[in-house]
Write a protein that binds this ligand. Structure first.
Ligand SMILES: NC(=O)C1=CN([C@@H]2O[C@H](COP(=O)(O)OP(=O)(O)OC[C@H]3O[C@@H](n4cnc5c(N)ncnc54)[C@H](O)[C@@H]3O)[C@@H](O)[C@H]2O)C=CC1
Ligand SMILES: CC(C)CC(=O)C(=O)O
Ligand SMILES: [Mg+2]
Length: 358
């Protein structure tokens, strides 16, 4: 199979972790006789530095001409710390999500038995936790009208959702629940927010089409607490943009590190594969960041290409590296390995392993 992949490494640790994902993809290509062609394009702070635009038209063009997008992370303290910045790296990420119609962000939260003791949460509460967050990605408060008024003494961010926006993410979430443990939890704030009440109306109506799926409704504040005390109860979590952003970072604590959480952003025009973490500027250039989230995002890209054996081969290699302690400091502070050492190990195992069952 031949595939064209747009590579948007971005800022901070983005280039380091994406380099490991590409290393692993190349090992897959060699082993299974595929051709992956990569086209790099600018995004984020680096794109602002070079072009003045965090998501240049040229980058969007490369993405549209590719079969999928591999994304690193964007964000830089020089913008985060400047309240007057006219343009910000994060605007580039929001732009590509909107322009490519990437409304469905899928964030699997997978635990590894050998990492159970790395989580600050109690072992008996998290053992066996296996959930996936379906996060709406192109609507809600991140995309509403925002601004200042009253002489800069008031600021606002508008939150809107339409029935269509809710239905199109609820459908794949219900389908996922049907294929998994048949439970869907809608996380909202319907006791306060009108948008959340619309989410509940739509999900309640759709639930009748999925009688085999148990549907549960939780307010986000309770859900955040339940995620810590009883994460095993969750199967598929369906939620809006901002709640999904927050609750998925929280869920990463169950696994042991945010550096393990991959995601797929599916949409109308294309699909983008991105770690859940940000640009982690404190680690940039130090070769210490965990590349697993980026590598598992590449595995999700292979699923998207229907290359399931290849994707599972990567997952098996990741598990092996974790079980063997070939892992970065966030999950192995006794004998930490570098970002590139972990990438090398996983790529080598992919190249040499014979079995494809994850
Ligand atoms: N998708 C994206 O491009 C995102 C970009 N950002 C941007 O990233 C910058 C930093 O934001 P933060 O809030 O600090 O979030 P962050 O996700 O970059 O880092 C938060 C913490 O998570 C841990 N962490 C994250 N990635 C890791 C990895 N690969 N390996 C090991 N540990 C890891 C570290 O302890 C880090 O201090 C900001 O400019 C922010 O806007 C934030 C989130 C997502
Ligand atoms: C710019 C932010 C919305 C990115 C983020 O935190 C995320 O998508 O998880
Ligand atoms: Mg986030």
């Amino acid at each position: 199979m031949k595939k064209k992949i747009a590579v948007l490494s971005g800022d901070g640790i983005g280039p380091e972790v994406v380099a490991q994902a590409i290393k692993v993809l190349n090992a897959i290509a060699g082993k299974y006789n595929h051709t992956f062609e990569y086209t790099e394009a600018l995004a984020g702070a680096i794109a602002i530095d070079v072009t003045g635009n965090p998501m240049p038209d040229e980058t969007l063009k490369v993405c549209l001409e590719s079969d999928a997008i591999l994304f690193g992370a964007i964000g830089d303290p020089k913008y985060d710390n400047d309240p007057n910045a006219k343009v910000r790296p994060e605007q580039g990420l929001l732009k590509i999500r909107k322009e490519m119609g990437l409304f469905c962000n899928i964030r699997p939260v997978t635990t590894y038995d050998s990492l159970i003791d790395k989580s600050p949460l109690k072992e008996d509460r998290i053992k066996g936790a296996d959930l996936v967050v379906y996060r709406e990605l192109t609507g809600g408060i991140y995309f509403g009208e925002k601004g200042r008024k009253n002489n800069d003494t008031t600021a606002y961010d508008n939150c809107e959702y339409s029935v269509i926006e809710i239905e199109r993410i609820a459908k794949p979430a219900f389908e996922a629940a049907r294929a998994r443990r048949k439970k869907l939890t809608l996380v909202d704030k319907a006791n306060v927010l009108e948008t959340s009440r619309l989410w509940r109306d739509v999900v309640k109506k759709m639930a009748s089409e999925y009688p085999d799926v148990e549907v549960d409704y939780l307010f986000v504040d309770n859900a955040a607490m339940q995620m810590i005390v009883n994460p095993v109860q969750f199967d598929v979590i369906l939620t809006e943009n901002m709640f999904g952003d927050i609750i998925s970072d929280e869920a990463s604590v169950i696994t042991g590190s945010l550096g393990l959480l991959a995601s797929a952003s599916m949409g109308a025009k294309t699909a983008m594969f991105e770690p859940c973490h940000g640009s982690y500027p404190q680690a940039a250039g130090k070769n210490v960041a965990n590349p697993v989230a980026a590598i598992l995002s590449a595995a999700m890209m292979l699923d998207h290409f229907q290359l399931f054996d290849e994707a599972n081969c990567i997952r098996k290699a990741v598990k092996k590296s974790i079980d063997e302690g070939i892992a970065t400091v966030d999950i192995n502070n006794q004998n930490p390995k570098n970002t590139s050492t972990v990438g090398d190990y996983i790529a080598k195992f992919v190249g040499e392993s014979s079995s494809v069952t994850a």
